[in-house]
Write a protein that binds this ligand. Structure first.
Ligand SMILES: Nc1ncnc2c1ncn2[C@@H]1O[C@H](COP(=O)(O)OP(=O)(O)OP(=O)(O)O)[C@@H](O)[C@H]1O
Length: 475
């Protein structure tokens, strides 16, 4: 009965939530009933807090909807139905038979435990019956940590997933696939996981590698007749981090080797983390079977950071460099440079260098001057014209509808989105934007901007449309 009721809730949540959120937070929950309590068991505190915060209200509504007056009381606890410490093959240390294929949808009792148990054993797995790697360097960049990764809406899920993986390597989400445009922190997060794993278990073999380097290494191994050894080395690591896997495109032999390495690692519950500049299915020139395997764990996008996060990143980076960056200057830079954290960093470094060199006070005018060419480039990239064309194409409406008087929803909504984008992505004033949209009043633009903020909160499709458009326009 409770199972049916929970299943109905699950079905509804699956329809309502973006799949990655559903897979990440809702799917791992187990249900138990005691008297008239419906107890959701979360695998750890982190998931519990998140679900309680974000989804408990909605779950309650669904319970009332499906069970009516006598609906059970919703409770949440950390725990698991199958309390017996089984199910995690990594704990069976002497066992060399391959464990069942890891699948991110099947969570076992101790997969999410924060005890580090899984990992301690993962470290041992590579020592059993295998030659320890001798020539694989970890290549981890120590300065990419969770501590100095600034969290915002755009990267919150990715960061949370990365934290889970660092807590439970090999079992939480395997592989973890992070994708998004260039310079948004994918590499940083990947190293942060690696560093965290190493911090907890200094013996862990964590190897970071750019995919191009992986290919080069493999070619070299073939040339020197050492491919077998090469394979053994890769397959014995506890965590393999491969960056920018879109560079595998067209390299069939490397894909083949990677496919086998990847399977071996997953089967042994060793962690794999991958990044790419696009969604796995969209990577051209990579075999279907490999792409589909990329999606076995958890696939998460990192979006361009919103204004507040951009300001926070600048302030944090300035602080790390012991540079006193006035808040309004950070705000000015963040407002002008929108698409990419790497550019933000570049801008900040330039301001710091100029300030040190000239000894002048750091004001908005100073920053304007120091960043003149960067700002000019950005201005040229995003124009209202461009926004109107892109949005019209995206929604398959006529460009003329951007300025028309039509109030039909199919036209008015895209027009409002285009106005909001113009406000967000250009430096035009509200009256200027109104003028460009068929001579509308600035209050109409303001209304559109507010409406779009509201819609992005409530409506997943619009949220996604908006992000897609920002990405297209900013890249
Ligand atoms: N949220 C963040 N907080 C702090 N620094 C960040 C954040 N996001 C990105 N950065 C910094 O921005 C720079 C670029 O990030 P990174 O190299 O991780 O991007 P990427 O997404 O891997 O890009 P590419 O696809 O080009 O490899 C790095 O120096 C990184 O530290």
């Amino acid at each position: 009965m409770a199972d049916n009721l929970w299943q109905a809730c699950l079905d509804a949540l699956q329809r309502e939530l973006p799949s990655q959120q559903y897979n990440m937070w809702v799917r791992p929950l187990q249900v138990q009933t005691v008297n008239n309590d419906l107890i959701l068991l979360a695998p750890n505190r982190f998931v519990l807090d998140w679900v309680r915060d974000k989804y408990a209200d909605r779950i309650n509504e669904l319970l009332i909807e499906f069970a009516g007056q006598n609906h059970p009381t919703l409770k949440m606890e950390v725990g698991s139905k199958s309390a017996a410490p089984i199910a995690n093959p990594k704990l069976e240390l002497g066992n060399k038979t391959a464990p069942a294929q890891n699948n991110h949808h099947s969570y076992s009792s101790n997969q999410f435990s924060n005890q580090g148990l899984n990992f301690a054993s993962a470290g041992n797995v590579s020592k059993i019956g295998q030659t320890p790697p001798t020539n694989l360097k970890s290549n981890l960049r120590e300065n990419y940590t969770f501590d100095n990764f600034v969290e915002g809406k755009s990267n919150q899920l990715a960061r949370a997933a990365a934290t889970q993986v660092a807590d439970n390597p090999g079992t939480a989400f395997n592989p973890l696939f992070l994708y998004g445009s260039t310079g948004l922190g994918k590499t940083h997060l990947m190293h942060a996981v690696g560093n965290e794993i190493r911090m907890r278990n200094p013996d862990a073999k964590v190897v970071y590698m750019h995919s191009e380097r992986f290919v080069q290494d493999m070619v070299k191994a073939i040339q020197t007749n050492s491919i077998e050894e090469w394979k053994r080395h890769y397959r014995s690591v506890d965590a393999l981090l491969i960056d920018d896997i879109q560079f595998f495109a067209g390299k069939e032999r490397s894909q083949e080797e990677f496919f086998h390495t990847f399977n071996a690692l997953l089967e042994g519950n060793h962690q794999v983390i991958l990044t790419s500049d696009r969604y796995p299915k969209e990577i051209e020139g990579v075999e279907e079977r490999l792409k589909s395997r990329f999606g076995w764990g958890l696939t998460i996008i990192i979006e361009p950071p919103e204004l507040e996060t951009r300001v926070a990143i600048l302030m944090k980076k300035a602080q790390e460099s012991n540079f006193d960056l006035p808040h309004e200057v950070a705000f000015f830079i963040a407002k002008r440079l929108r698409s990419n954290v790497r550019d933000l960093e570049g801008a900040l470094n330039r301001v710091i260098a100029n300030a040190n060199f000239t000894g002048k006070a750091v004001t908005i005018d100073f920053a304007k001057d120091a960043l003149r060419d960067m700002l000019a480039l950005q201005e040229k990239l995003v124009t209202i014209d461009n926004i109107q064309k892109t949005v019209a194409e995206y929604y398959k409406i006529k460009l003329a509808d951007m300025s028309s008087k039509s109030r039909s929803r199919s036209v008015a909504r895209p027009r409002q989105i285009a106005m909001a984008l113009a406000k967000e992505l250009t430096n035009h004033s509200l009256p200027e934007i109104g003028a460009a949209f068929g001579g509308r009043d600035h209050t109409t633009v303001l209304h559109a901007c507010r409406k779009v903020v509201e819609l992005r909160e409530k409506n997943h499709d619009i949220k996604e449309d908006f992000s897609n458009l920002v990405r297209t326009l900013s890249s």
